[in-house]
Write a protein that binds this ligand. Sequence first.
Ligand code: SF4
Length: 92
Amino acid sequence: VRVEDKLFQNRYLVDAGRPHITVTPHSVPSPRLLSLTRICPAGCYAQTDSGQVEITTDGCVECGTCRVVAEPTGEITWNYPRGGFGVLFKFG
Ligand code: SF4
């Protein structure tokens, strides 16, 4: 089974207007920040046409990878979603 197929089984409740992860505004992304577009397993990070890295938290599986990589440098902020929001895992 492909990872993408497994991820598709998860459900996600969006906390509209209150993303639990934010990217710190920047003009040019650092290599570290840019790496998030490749390492997030849910594909939440993307590079805009103007070069900045942005996040869409819908679908985030709260794996913490981006937190480990870019929160210590202040390039992102990371919090768990409020209770009841975020990913709902379905196993099997
Ligand atoms: Fe992607 Fe994991 Fe970060 Fe969520 S916590 S945005 S799934 S790397």
